[in-house]
Design a protein around this ligand. Structure first.
Ligand code: FE2
Ligand code: FE2
Length: 196
C-alpha cells in the first residue's frame, strides 16, 4: 500500500507545499532505522548538507535531501519486508512521484542513484570496498556491478554525472551521531527547483 505525501496541487503557493513536504519527511523519517545506525531523516539531511558543501547547486541539494523519498511512499511495504529482502525500486517510485512537482535536474539523479552504485562498482575498483554493509547487501538484490557494456550506456545518459555526485554523497551520509541542522534550512532550494 502506498503512503502518500503532500500534493502540490493542494497548496495555493510553493512555500506552503515545500513546508508540508519537509514536515512529512520529518514525520516519516524520525524513527525509521535500517541497519545503518542513523534515521532516514538524519540520512536525508546529512546528504543535503554534503551537497551544499560540495556543489551548492539547488538541484543537487534538493535531489540529495529527497533521494530516498520512495522509501516513505512505500513505507508500509518496506517496513514489513525489509528493503534488502526485496528490491522495491524506491528510486523509480520516488522519482516518478517527485516529477509531479520538481524539475528533471532533481528527479533524474534520484531515478539513477541506485544504478549509479552499480555503475561505480564497475568503473571504480576501490568503490565497492568503501560501501557500508547495508549497501553491499542491497547491491546484490539490485543486480550487482554493471557489465562493461551497461556501464558505457550509463555514462552516456544526460543525468549520469549528477547521479554519480548524488551516489557518492548518499554513501557518505551515514555518520552516526553527527549533529544536523534543521531541515527547514533547505526549503529555499526546494522552492527554486519546482517546475513551472
Ligand atoms: Fe536510496
Ligand atoms: Fe540513501
Amino acid at each position: 500500500m502506498m503512503t502518500g505525501g503532500p500534493e502540490r496541487s493542494d497548496f495555493s503557493n510553493d512555500k506552503d507545499f515545500v513546508d508540508a513536504l519537509l514536515a512529512w519527511i520529518v514525520k516519516c523519517g524520525t524513527d525509521w532505522y535500517y541497519d545503518e545506525e542513523i534515521t532516514q531523516l538524519e540520512h536525508a539531511v546529512q546528504s543535503a548538507v554534503l551537497a551544499r558543501s560540495k556543489s551548492g547547486d539547488s538541484a543537487d541539494i534538493t535531489a540529495a535531501l529527497l533521494h530516498d523519498v520512495g522509501h516513505f511512499l512505500m513505507q508500509s511495504q518496506a517496513k514489513e519486508t525489509r528493503f534488502h529482502d526485496r528490491d522495491l525500486k524506491h528510486e523509480i517510485v520516488g522519482a516518478n512521484w517527485l516529477a509531479r512537482a520538481f524539475c528533471p535536474q532533481v528527479t533524474e539523479p534520484v531515478r539513477l542513484h541506485v544504478p549509479a552504485k552499480r555503475y561505480l562498482c564497475a568503473v571504480d575498483p576501490g568503490y565497492w570496498v568503501g560501501l557500508s554493509d547495508g549497501s553491499k547487501t542491497s547491491l546484490v538484490k539490485q543486480g550487482g556491478p554493471m557489465s562493461d557494456a551497461k556501464a558505457k550506456e550509463f555514462s552516456a545518459l544526460p543525468g549520469c554525472d549528477a547521479a554519480v555526485r548524488l551516489r557518492r554523497i548518499d554513501d557518505q551520509a551515514k555518520v552516526a551521531g553527527l549533529a544536523i541542522g534543521p531541515i527547514e534550512d533547505f526549503a529555499d532550494h526546494l522552492v527554486k527547483t519546482l517546475h513551472t
